[in-house]
Ligand binder design. Structure first.
Ligand SMILES: Nc1ncnc2c1ncn2[C@@H]1O[C@H](COP(=O)(O)OP(=O)(O)OP(=O)(O)O)[C@@H](O)[C@H]1O
Ligand SMILES: [Mg+2]
Length: 242
């Protein structure tokens, strides 16, 4: 099968400064779930926006799928439209043919179809944002820290939901996250962006369901935390990942 994403030499700079993305090569295969880690300001969102087509990009050759969908840290729902109308927005016929309702059912939100977005909890709003992405049947699903503003328990539920949805719908996924544990829970492959390049590109060769206590995940976690400049002891000393 051919790659869903194949880009070579992707460069992005702002105002003549040093490039944020410096001749990046990236390919993503169908069904791959790639997590992108990196310090704050390392260019993760810049890369995601480029893949989403929200930013002009320069590179040598680009293969990107037609159907792409993005979920951001905030749900970005239109407050004057009901939840189901938000989901159907921009997808002709999604309301009439039941696709919007099916996407809401997929994320466990059927009972909120007629609600106003401002009446949703944070977790519900992110579910609606996920449904809005799914209804597009994306070949590439781009997630930019979609759970970062949720409480820890809701975040775990959302991670399980995303895993289940990806298992069923099989999009290729690029998940930007600060959370090494989240990357290890979900991804088949983990990239670390630093200095405009991928400093690490590791396959997570552990089948699902994964156990947090799996020694292979634990050693990969220690490696990645070190890569990000966060030793385990530092966490207990109150230093947080950036
Ligand atoms: N529109 C823009 N104009 C100028 N500089 C920008 C713009 N967008 C991003 N940058 C700069 O590019 C760099 C990378 O930003 P980006 O948002 O991609 O980082 P990030 O890895 O997503 O960070 P975070 O983890 O904090 O979200 C930063 O130094 C940022 O200031
Ligand atoms: Mg970002």
């Amino acid at each position: 099968m051919s790659a869903v994403v194949a880009i070579r030499g992707l460069t992005r700079r702002f105002n003549g400064d040093a490039p944020v993305l410096d001749r990046i090569d990236l390919s993503i295969q169908p069904g791959e779930f790639v997590a992108l880690l990196g310090r704050s300001g390392s260019g993760k969102s810049t890369l995601l926006r480029a893949l989403a087509g929200l930013d002009p990009i320069t590179g040598e050759g680009m293969t990107l799928p037609e159907r792409r969908a993005v979920v951001f840290q905030e749900p970005r729902l239109m407050p004057w439209k009901s939840v189901i109308d938000n989901v159907a927005l921009g997808v002709p016929g999604a309301r009439e043919n039941g696709a919007a309702a099916a996407a809401l059912a997929d994320v466990g939100l059927s009972h909120r179809a007629g609600a106003w977005p401002l009446r949703l909890s944070g977790g519900e709003a992110q579910r609606a944002a996920l449904a809005r992405a799914l209804v597009r049947e994306p070949q590439l699903l781009l997630l930019d820290e979609p759970f970062a503003s949720l409480d820890a328990l809701t975040r775990l539920r959302m991670q399980a939901l995303v895993r289940e949805l990806c298992r069923r719908h099989r999009p290729a996924v690029l998940l930007v996250t600060h959370d090494v544990g989240e990357a290890l829970a979900l991804a088949t492959r983990i990239l670390v962006l630093e200095g405009g390049r991928f400093r690490r590109d590791v396959s997570v060769g552990v089948d699902h369901p994964r156990r947090r206590t799996d020694p292979r995940l634990a050693s990969l976690e220690a490696e990645l935390l070190a890569e990000l400049g966060v030793g385990e002891t530092n966490i207990f000393e109150g230093e947080t990942p950036t």
